[in-house]
Design a protein around this ligand. Sequence first.
Ligand code: NAD
Ligand code: ZN
Length: 241
Amino acid sequence: MQALDENILEKCRSAKRVVAITGAGISAESGIPTFRGKNGYWKSYRAEDLANFESFQKNPILVWEWYQMRMEICRKAEPNPGHLAIAKMESLYPEFHLITQNVDNLHPRAGSKNITELHGNIFTTRCTKCTYNSTLGSDSFPLPPICPNCNSILRPNILWFGESYDIKVLDDCIQKLRSADLLLIIGTSGQVTVPVYLAEEAIQSGAYSIEINLDRSTLSKKVNVHLQGSASEVLQLLMVK
Ligand code: NAD
Ligand code: ZN
């Protein structure tokens, strides 16, 4: 990756209100497979065939086995320089907020505090009937796990395909995006509608927008600048404060 254009660096230097939106690509360098890359299958299943409530109802053990396998990968993975750069940015800018689509817990582990985990966190679970929810430790548990309050099945506390976002959470993100002067979009293919819509809120409100991705995405044409490269490498170049 060559040195970045001075105009881009100046936009990063002068920004005051920054929002970053991250996707699976930022965790790829930590060894966590993306859904749409070449390792996007488990057994013969696509993520879309497992990460939905109908599949869970039909075969909760199969879906839980997939989550247990992914939890194990996430537990063993370490935050990479891209996650660390994002965490550091919180202290460099007067306002900095991170919106992640990732569920892998690597941003919090890297130290990010101002964070919205749009799709949940793989280490949390909630009841399918009552309001019980909890964090999963590293101990193994029988499948499917059962709610200690009402004996119903517990599910991963993840937003699955076809499920609705929490409106309050979205509103809060939209406020921050509308007032952002710099938007960073990192490692997302832009195939999930809501994160794309959120990015567009900031772009339409006048934020300078920088995309970092190994490939082009559905957002590449809409941003001010598309930086082709790995998230960790490019983010370190953008740390100019
Ligand atoms: P995606 O799999 O659709 O796309 C990944 C994107 O990252 C691609 O555009 C790819 O070109 C890019 N990429 C890959 N390696 C990169 C690197 N080193 N640097 C920069 N870019 C890189 O991911 P998505 O857009 O986040 O959508 C997938 C959905 O699946 C999300 O909603 C997310 O919740 C979920 N998911 C999460 C994880 C995780 O928590 N780590 C992993 C897989 C999927
Ligand atoms: Zn319950």
